[in-house]
Design a protein around this ligand. Sequence first.
Ligand SMILES: C[S@@+](CC[C@H](N)C(=O)[O-])C[C@H]1O[C@@H](n2cnc3c(N)ncnc32)[C@H](O)[C@@H]1O
Length: 253
Amino acid sequence: MTSLLNKLPPSIIALLVQLAAILLTVFFSQLFNTRLAPYAFALLCGTFAATLSHFAGLARWWLFIQFVFAPLLVLMLALNIPPIIFLIAFVIMLVVYWSTFRTQVPLYLSSNKVWQAIETKLPSQQAFTFIDLGSGIGGVLTHLSQANPIGRYHGVEAAPLPFIWSWLRIKFGRHAQCSVRWGSLWNVDLSQYDIVFAYLSPVPMDALWRKAKQEMHPGSTFISNTFAVQDQPPQETVSVDDLHRSTLYVWRM
Ligand SMILES: C[S@@+](CC[C@H](N)C(=O)[O-])C[C@H]1O[C@@H](n2cnc3c(N)ncnc32)[C@H](O)[C@@H]1O
């Protein structure tokens, strides 16, 4: 059971736990032959959900979300908000975050200071190719192409809205050295690039390192913003004086 749960993304485990908590709450109210008021039902449900989440091995911050989920649901229903608002909010979240529930890599952006720090790692004499894996709204690509026009800058982005945004930004900003495509970073052949940049999350880093090791050519450079690779010390780290105190990890392959 635990090994099956380990294979599922936390968001799916959280959903299954909520369903189990509803069943348990219904079971208990039947057992004691009581008809619970909606808030009491929701609070009991939240308590079961938080407890089960603990045993399912979810991170501690999930327990809070799991506890408040059903009570907030009842509260929102009581506010009588038109359903269309929820549909619109859902569609916006879907096009911005897309498969984040599975990849565990949400959209957040590198700072300007990170862009400038990457700039210093680019060749200044000979032409090169650069890729941003999970290129978001294209800020890294468009900045670097202006700072160092001898490179070719590519991006791959899985979420529809950031992809469309970056595509329009590149097209209408006339960034001729840039291109971006909609797809998964796992389908990119990294052997085509001299510099591979990623700003993802701790979750995919081990698998990405294996892919980089397998595909990147000798002499190429792999740069990760913020997220290191376990047991793979980088040749260089660059501390960036931005809001998040970002660190760039640099490996020469
Ligand atoms: C933290 S953001 C980084 C955005 C940009 N690279 C930057 O530094 O500002 C990570 C991006 O990776 C995208 N992403 C996550 N998993 C992906 C995948 N498997 N293939 C392509 N893009 C992915 C997300 O949609 C998100 O836009």
